[in-house]
Design a protein around this ligand. Sequence first.
Ligand SMILES: [Zn+2]
Length: 546
Amino acid sequence: MGLLMGASAALPAQEKPVNPFISPFDFPLLLSGNFGELRANHFHGGVDFKTQGVVGKPIRCIADGYISRVTVTPGGYGQAVYITHTNGLTSVHGHLHKFMDEVQQAVEAYQYKHETFAVDLTFEPDLFPLKQGEVFALAGNEGYSFGPHLHMEIRRTDTGEYIDPLQFYTDQVKDNTAPRASHIMLYPQAGKGVVNGSQRKKIFSLVGGQPITAWGQISAGIKAYDYMDGTSNNYGVRSVKLYVDSVEVFSSTVDGFLPNENRMINAWTDYEEYATRNSWFMRSRILPGNTWRMLQADEEGGVFTINEERPYECRYVLEDLYGNRRSYRFVIKGKKQPVKPVKQGKRYLEWNRGHIVQQPGMELVIPKGMLYEDVDLNCQVRVDSAGISYDYQLHDRPVPLHAGCELTIGVRKYPVADRTKYYVARKYNGRKASAGGRFEDGYMHTTIRELGTYTVAVDTVAPKVVPLNRPQWKTGNIQFTIRDAETGIKDYKVYIDGQFALFKFSSKNARLSSMHPSRIKRGMKHTMEVVITDYCGNVTKEEYQF
Ligand SMILES: [Zn+2]
């Protein structure tokens, strides 16, 4: 119960603190996702409550407060409600099917007035006050959601810190199942360590028992998931500890992070493994630029030294919020083996400084605080005489940047006169993806958050609109798929008989669908205009009669 005390400074200091929150549902709670699960560029900031496989379950307000914000987006949370509670915490509820009537009316009034589906509204405390237990929305499957559930976050209202909502529901969610690991990774320090004769990182199965020999400075990482009773889902592991010869060299506890610590996931996990193999390893090492408070290690940051010819007894201990615990032992045999020093290249980027990387026709500005560790940059320029610009390999492996860094690339050829059609493209695995950008004085300017290969490309292809379910259109139930091949869909508008019609766009399935079929009069002919615009300003206009 100590967790409850820690979670809110507003709670009175008493022997048995009262849980400030009730369940959002009147049925037993089951999780499909837990706090801190590893996701692309972020930790999962809340819990996902299953809703018995259906949309439309009423959601009760978990504590007194007021609706402070409502958002509607084509991806992400879809439809979300933020409730500021009187206890110093704010709850966020995502993927909602419907808001309570007064809120639904306010949202729709805004959508029609501003002719927009996307909404981000904030409200004063006296507009939508809520009592604990009041129903304020129905749970759904909107936004980037692939099955009905409620995504619920608890944040500290003053700092925005995300904390683990499950700590308030441990007596309602059963869990006797400990986390399980499958692999470890060993990382020789560049020029200072070696594992099984190699100075590259090396993966080991925890069941195989392949012998490990090492010499010099190394660190470790582990691939593991948590599991819970009564579900087949896997979850993030709350606590990881690494011991070498019974001495703790590293520990992590995923129980809170500030918004600006969210991207530190890329410094804690093995980013290259994730980016190239979609495989998550939690590193037992604090990279020098990682300032996330939930990691602990000695001054070596989790790096340990093998300098005696003897077995080193290593042990990982994984634990969940309920104290379910599992240990994994492995032995590293100390064995003298040659360690080749590494020669630093001429573009060696130190993590604790700012850098300007220049090549003919290219400049990348990396301010201090963007790198998590030193990078021995392998920068290459590839000249393609037909190319709009050169191809710039900024590094030969994916490296995360903590925030957007300014990249400028010179345009060498203008196959299209209209300068708004140019964009910066990231090239990888034979594909290219838009990195946005704007043209100015012969150069494209954009910001990037990962080192990779970048070039300039042209998008003159307008979005594609494909009508669906046409026989049903006369009932007001109208759907399309809309897609854009290169830079993506920036905006869409639908007009029926010259009037704005509210259509929902769902980015997960590229589906555009009418929101209020009953507003479309039956028994008469309608003219509908659909206008779709991409990020390079290419416009598709289609007209339909029904
Ligand atoms: Zn979620």
